[in-house]
Design a protein around this ligand. Structure first.
Ligand SMILES: [Zn+2]
Length: 469
């Protein structure tokens, strides 16, 4: 009898035991779930004003509180406090204002404290979830302009030499374009040079400046003291003939709707393909040697007549009606049919092949972002990667691409931006605008720049006159 009455009692005890064990292990599990973690890379430097984005993640619940402090002896300074982030993952940019936080140069520690809203029986301790040793650097980088071209013009080029000490990055801005710079001279001189190209439509007053940034994000900026001299560009009208459309539209627009009028095809070529070629020129502009490969003045092919100029605005007429307006970015040079096309200066071939409206094209890199382009060729005699000498034949002139009649379309490019070839045909211009700022900076001259200018002065005391129609 007694044994029988014990059974339900044992069952109750067992159930109670199970409930206790269950609850304890449930509570233990709750307590064991890890809290908020930082998943982003560690910050290393704090500058005058440094923004670092912290990526946070929690496994259960949502992030309830975040606090970021900087400790540097004494009482830590709070850079950010944020409550109820509302998500289990967050990207939180934190701006550390060095002077406002009372930071001094030297070592410091960034501490991140964060918790989630997941319930745990015991409140987790208040230790930081992450701490990072960082270097506080409040000194802006040192940026000196060593030499710069005095006078620049739209559609023209200048040079700036500068020294940036203790910087991670520097950039030369010309309006909304960025001109790459290259180390120049001996390593002790710690100098860089950049060729700056002003597009033909450069807006007077747009910035021409160098900016530098150090590891801590401190920045310095200097305007380049170049004086802008205006330059006028010609206008022309071009009559679009049916015979031209019949010859060129099928050549340049391989795939087009069967019922598309030829004029419409022409407009696609003249607008879209022209834009594509511009983008391609910019891309190829990046494939440049980090030193000058050219020597002295650039050469114009012998016995050629200039019949179209740089940055000429062309209005296209069809049947007396205005149908398009585009800008012509080179010089058109004509002599005999299939005339030899010489390299304007020494360099390396960086492009050969069809380039939309330009037809068969060669681009030669002369280093530091300076390149020359030869278009409408009937034949190409060089390959990408070939080293070429000044005057070496690249191919023959022709009519490929959007060309009326056999001629060479010649362009000078700086970082892929078309500039007037006139400056580079003129040894004295090169001496005064490229050689002089290098001399002022105490940097080595570019080969042949002084000698070519002296030669030219000896030959003709007056400025050379370009042949024009
Ligand atoms: Zn042309």
């Amino acid at each position: 009898m007694r044994s029988r009455s014990r059974k339900p009692f044992l069952l109750v005890v067992l159930l109670l035991l199970l409930a206790v064990v269950g609850s304890v292990s449930y509570l233990a599990w709750r307590q064991s779930v890890s809290g908020v973690a930082v998943t982003s890379a560690a910050p290393r430097f704090l500058g005058q004003k440094t923004t670092h984005t912290f990526a946070l993640e929690t496994r259960r619940g949502r992030i309830a509180r975040l606090e970021v402090r900087v400790a540097q002896g004494g009482k830590p300074a709070v850079a950010l406090t944020q409550e109820a982030l509302g998500t289990s993952r967050a990207q939180v940019p934190v701006t550390f204002d060095g002077p406002a936080l009372g930071l001094r140069e030297g070592g410091a520690t960034i501490e991140v404290r964060a918790r989630d809203d997941f319930w745990r029986p015991l409140r987790p301790d208040d230790r930081p979830i992450a701490s990072y040793p960082v270097t506080v650097d409040l000194t802006p980088p040192k940026l000196e302009i060593l030499g710069a071209t005095q006078y620049v013009s739209p559609g023209g080029v200048g040079l700036v030499a500068f020294r940036a000490t203790g910087v991670a990055r520097s950039a030369v801005a010309v309006g909304n374009l960025v001109a790459p710079s290259f180390p120049y001279g001996s390593p002790e001189q710690n100098a860089r040079v950049a060729l700056i190209a002003l597009p033909y439509d450069f807006t007077p007053g747009a910035p021409i400046a160098i900016t530098a940034e150090d590891e801590a994000g401190n920045t310095a900026s200097r305007g380049i003291p170049a004086e802008l001299r205006p330059r006028k560009f010609p206008r022309d009208t071009i009559e679009v003939k049916d015979t031209f459309l019949q010859a060129k539209v099928p050549e340049l627009l391989r795939e087009r709707p069967a019922n598309q009028p030829l004029l419409e095809g022409f407009l696609v070529i003249n607008r879209d393909q022209r834009r594509q070629a511009e983008a391609e020129k910019r891309r190829i502009g990046g494939k440049t040697a980090d030193k000058a490969l050219w020597e002295g003045a650039f050469v114009q092919p012998r016995n050629t007549k200039v019949f179209s100029n740089f940055a000429e605005t062309r209005t296209y007429l069809y049947g007396g009606r205005e149908v398009d307006t585009q800008v012509h970015f080179g010089y058109d040079l004509a002599s005999t049919k299939q005339a030899p096309v010489p390299a304007a200066n020494a360099g390396v071939v960086v492009f050969t092949g069809a380039l939309t409206i330009y037809g068969n094209t060669v681009i030669v890199d002369h280093g530091l972002g300076l390149q020359t382009l030869y278009a409408h060729l009937s034949r190409i005699d060089v390959k990408e990667g070939n080293k070429v000498e000044k005057g070496q034949e690249l191919g023959r002139s022709g009519t490929t691409g959007l060309a009326v009649g056999d001629h060479l379309h010649y362009e000078v490019l700086v970082h892929g931006v078309s500039v007037t070839p006139l400056e580079w045909w003129d040894a004295r211009w090169i001496r005064d605008h490229i050689g002089k700022p290098l001399k002022e900076a105490g940097l080595p001259e570019i080969a042949g720049v002084e000698a070519a200018a002296a030669d030219e002065a000896a030959r003709s005391p007056a400025r050379p006159v370009r042949r024009k129609r």
